[in-house]
Design a protein around this ligand. Structure first.
Ligand code: PMV
Length: 337
């Protein structure tokens, strides 16, 4: 390695949205507010070697040891696009090596933790080269410009809000850490990911976002997300996990309903996604488990529950999910392999 290259290593966590960001306008601004939780144990670690140069160049981007030419180009375009807010971008020659401690295509957004790690690296370069400390808000803005949901991964609080709400909280530019004293449950929440299907989804989120521009339900979806954000924050503040659970399930199904009713329409849910959801509702009605589901833009299910429910969740998973899922990811791990 040429000695003129300086090295930085940064880590960022993934996040799961409870109120979904779906649809965007302008420069990666959301059509509606969203609320998420950091997934503590799922992280991207990115090492960057850089030098100051006369022009921008991403020389290589290796992901888990393999060169990712297309992603390197995407990062170069991203850096070009942010040069107004981050002038140093035009003068960087960079090499990246990145890895996730969670499997890809497992229903955990890797673009969120990936772009958040890159935004953290850019902040460190700004500090080393210009002696300027970027604020948390500026770093979240840089992450947003890479991938919308990434702005919520620049976070220290368990819950995060991105987007201007109708009740005077939040901004479209960056995400906010929700005050932990006000917005937290008495028990920490866990997320167990039921991987129904690991194959790469064939419709990108960018395409899905773009279909919202002309969607028949566009305005009602925006209205619904504002209302669900208000109710979700009230439920967290009141430590009401049941209300919270009903809202996150409504949001997950609304996200997929938007996909199924867009023009063109598409379906990312699998038959086994619906089978697991039916089993979960049934077990909940029988009082056997206190867990709710959410979904990202894919078929895999995130089971969300207070950590004290872990034994009930383990029984539910071993009784109903093992035959319907390709893999189970426990976050936190609870000693599972
Ligand atoms: O950040 P993007 O462009 O990959 O969009 C993510 C959208 C969802 O994951 C479906 C919802 C969300 O709020 O994270």
């Amino acid at each position: 390695m040429n000695n003129n290259y300086k090295q930085i290593v940064k880590v960022a966590h993934s996040n799961i949205a409870f109120v979904k960001y779906w649809g965007k306008r302008g420069r990666q601004y959301p059509l509606n507010p969203s609320v998420s939780m950091l997934i503590d144990q799922c992280q991207t670690k990115t090492q960057c070697s850089y030098q100051i140069s006369d022009q921008l160049q991403v020389e290589s981007f290796q992901f888990e040891g393999k060169e990712q030419f297309d992603f390197g180009k995407r990062i170069e375009q991203y850096l070009e696009s942010i040069s107004e807010v981050y002038p140093l971008a035009k003068r960087l020659r960079l090499r990246f090596e990145s890895e996730n401690n969670f499997p890809h295509s497992a229903g955990i957004a890797s673009s969120a933790s990936g772009f958040a790690a890159i935004a953290n690296i850019l902040a460190e370069i700004e500090w080393l080269e210009n002696n300027v400390r970027l604020s948390r808000e500026q770093i979240s803005t840089l992450a947003r410009l890479g991938s919308g949901s990434a702005c919520r991964s620049i976070s220290k609080a368990p819950f995060n809000l991105w987007g201007k709400t109708k009740f005077d909280l939040g901004t479209d530019d960056y995400s906010l850490d929700l005050d932990e004293k006000k917005y937290s449950f008495s028990e920490k929440l866990a997320d167990t990911i039921l991987v129904v299907n690991q194959s790469q989804k064939d419709v990108s989120s960018s395409f899905g976002h773009s279909l919202m521009n002309t969607h028949f339900y566009r305005e009602s979806r925006i209205e619904q997300a504002h209302e669900n954000t208000r109710c979700l924050l009230n439920a967290i503040e009141a430590d009401n996990f049941t209300d919270f659970g009903e809202i996150i399930e409504n949001e997950a199904l609304s996200l997929h309903a938007m996909m199924m009713t867009s023009m063109p329409s598409y379906t990312l849910l699998h038959a086994n996604t619906l089978r697991v959801i039916e089993k979960l509702k049934d077990s909940r009605e029988k009082g056997e488990i206190m867990a709710y589901f959410t979904l990202d833009a894919g078929p895999n299910i995130h089971l969300i529950y207070p950590e004290s429910q872990k034994d009930q969740v383990k029984s539910f998973v071993s009784e109903f999910c093992l035959d319907l899922c390709e893999k189970i990811i426990w976050a936190p791990h609870f000693g599972e392999s």
